[in-house]
Design a binder for this molecule. Structure first.
Ligand code: FES
Length: 105
């Protein structure tokens, strides 16, 4: 499915991310800026922070307690926040938009 990443500078980039990969994987594989993914998808670094609007959020599993704990203490996190390594792409994700937070600084 085509996923649109709204990058930290406001530009949008649509890339095809295979089903079963995470939103984080899709960004890293395409060398998009913002998502650092220091822990490589282990749900422990929180440098894969994205904002996902309500309509899109329901396409993904609810955050597990590890993810919730990390988000609770993350700067700039709000109710739209997710860790993108925990967002697994399905066919239903065609055309969604995720807003990438710059985790590189
Ligand atoms: Fe580290 Fe997502 S890549 S928490």
């Amino acid at each position: 499915p085509a996923i649109t990443y709204v990058l930290p500078d406001g530009t949008e980039k649509s890339v095809d991310v295979p089903v079963g990969m995470s939103i984080m994987d899709g960004s890293v594989r395409n060398n998009l800026p913002g998502i650092v993914a220091e822990c490589g998808g282990g749900c422990s670094c929180a440098t894969c922070h994205v904002h996902v609007d309500g309509e899109t959020r329901v396409l993904f599993d609810e955050p597990a307690s590890e993810e919730k704990d990390l988000l609770e203490f993350l700067d700039g996190a709000d109710e739209d926040s997710r860790l993108s390594c925990q967002l697994i792409v399905t066919d239903g994700c065609e055309g969604i938009r995720v807003r990438v937070v710059d985790s590189s600084s």
